[in-house]
Design a protein around this ligand. Structure first.
Ligand code: NAD
Length: 471
């Protein structure tokens, strides 16, 4: 049995909260710190501010036992040997990562160190951040003997965050000495030894006692680079297949077939080869920009990343044009919109292509009725309901009397809609699917004019269907 540690996790967002709850789940005492008082009081009352599978259950399991919430970083630092920093690292004006939250937390922690602490960067940060954190702490008068700084990048995906954490593909720890390595390896021991998976109420997933996650120990700089390079690579895969989808449209081939043909090559793999309206979210856009900035600073020309970004914005523009090609004009047209979150399974709308596109359609004079199973409340904060934008209670209400229905997020719920009811509900049976969620032949058989991404019929509107329905 591994030793129980007391861990402070600073930042109770998507990463910090999930990590904190999962560390409690594998047997540690966790103090979760956030400077957002309302979030802390919500969490202390057992309310989960984000939509994430297993999070409510695990919080209920460990709250008031091995996990506590506070705004008091000083007290949390004093009580814990390990302080995990999981605050935001948003994009700054230059494209670089804005590290001011990390800097602020490092200075605060420094003022509370009186005995050995391991400070762990879990936020996604550029290479050399580790050294900066050490410098900040030393500048605050803390002797080098009293602390180490390690890097432990997080690879969880929103929507499957808890299972990703507990059933990780790999755990990366970047350390520059064995003292830090020993502490960090120990807290992951219930996962790396496989003992966690013996528990009857362990969260299910791909890992097991006989196949636990591997732990990769690297230098701190390598760990920092691994995280940025991983996200940049995944974004590149998405942009790659998106250009291939454009080629497919031009050649009359089906990108789903091409993608399957590419992805079954073991050297490439099938994931992140889904054509769509481009990547979004709180990570890929800012991490690609930050990685490009890091490369520039280090004198390396990483022009490939500029291309990845360019293709991504082009993909949204192409979708916009596709809708225009179906509707001819925009002013006064009613659009039903399915999906607001940047991807299915989450309520996160940060950098969501759906939000961008809705803003553009509204600007063109469209009237929009939108639905999302989880992200409507968050969207209302950035796009409040108005005379031209309303939020529907279900997908059919969003579709009611619409000139076209747009699918902007790949929620499974949308793929299971009653197509006959949808056909009947729409004013014109036009579906423009930015996520290739529906079977194309089935949609055509059911009488829809169906446009999707990189598949035959992706761009042309079937005039026959249209004229049948014109009033
Ligand atoms: P988030 O915005 O959801 O959460 C950040 C939290 O930090 C907020 O609750 C905020 O109130 C808190 N905070 C900010 N300053 C603070 C301070 N001084 N003291 C205490 N709390 C403070 O962000 P997130 O999505 O959880 O991302 C956090 C980091 O993890 C980022 O670097 C991100 O790139 C990285 N990351 C995110 C994901 C993801 O899927 N969201 C995945 C892997 C890595």
């Amino acid at each position: 049995m591994s030793e129980k540690s007391t861990i402070a996790v600073v930042g109770s967002g998507y990463v910090g909260l999930v990590a904190a709850v999962c560390f409690a789940e594998i047997g540690h005492n966790v103090i979760c710190v956030d400077n957002d008082e309302s979030k802390v009081s919500q969490l202390s009352d057992g309310e989960v501010p984000i939509f994430e599978e297993y999070l409510p259950e695990l919080l209920a399991r460990h709250r008031n036992k091995s996990i506590a919430f506070t705004t008091d970083l000083h007290a949390a630092t004093q009580k814990s040997q390990i302080i995990i920093v999981a605050v935001g690292t948003p994009q700054s004006q230059t494209g670089s990562a804005d590290l001011s939250y990390v800097d602020a937390v490092a200075s605060q922690i420094a003022r509370s160190i009186t005995e050995y602490k391991l400070i762990v960067e879990k936020s996604t940060v550029p290479v050399y951040t580790n050294e900066w954190i050490s410098r900040v702490i030393e500048r605050n008068g803390v002797s080098r003997e009293l602390f180490d700084v390690a890097s432990n990048p997080e690879f969880l995906r929103e929507g499957t965050a808890v299972a990703d954490f507990l059933h990780a593909d790999r755990i990366v720890i970047g350390v520059d000495n064995e003292r830090a390595g020993n502490v960090l390896r120990a807290i992951y021991e219930p996962l790396t030894s496989g003992s966690y998976y013996q528990s009857a109420d362990a969260v299910p997933g791909s890992r097991s006692t006989i196949d636990p996650p591997p732990l990769l120990q690297t230098s701190t700089k390598a760990a920092e680079l691994i995280k940025h390079a991983s996200n940049a690579f995944l974004a590149m895969k998405i942009s790659f297949i998106n250009v291939v989808s454009t080629l497919c449209e031009a050649a009359g081939a089906d990108v789903e077939e091409v993608s399957k043909g590419i992805g079954t090559d073991g050297r490439i793999g099938p994931k992140f080869l889904k054509a769509g309206i481009g990547y979004g979210g709180s990570c890929f856009p800012k991490d690609v920009a930050a990685f490009r900035y890091v490369a520039e600073q280090l004198g390396v020309d990483f022009g490939l990343l500029r291309e990845v970004e360019k293709i991504n914005s082009e993909q949204k523009r192409r979708f916009f044009q596709k809708v225009r090609s179906a509707l001819w004009t925009f002013r006064g047209k009613k659009l039903g919109v399915l999906g607001l979150a940047f991807k299915g399974g989450t309520d996160d709308i940060r950098e969501s292509p759906a939000i961008d596109l809705i803003a553009q359609f509204l600007k063109e004079g469209c009237i929009i009725s939108a639905y999302d199973p989880a992200a409507m409340e968050r969207t209302k904060q950035v796009l409040p309901p108005s005379g031209t934008l309303s939020y529907a209670k279900d997908p059919y209400e969003a579709a009611r009397d619409a000139d076209a229905l747009l699918v902007l997020t790949e929620w499974q719920e949308f793929a299971e809609l009653d197509l006959d009811r949808l056909h009947y509900t729409l004013r014109y049976p036009i579906v423009i699917d930015g996520r290739n969620l529906f079977d194309r032949e089935m949609m055509v058989r059911r009488g829809f004019t169906y446009l999707s991404i990189g598949r035959p019929g992706a761009t042309q509107v079937k005039n026959a269907v249209l004229s049948n329905r014109l009033p």
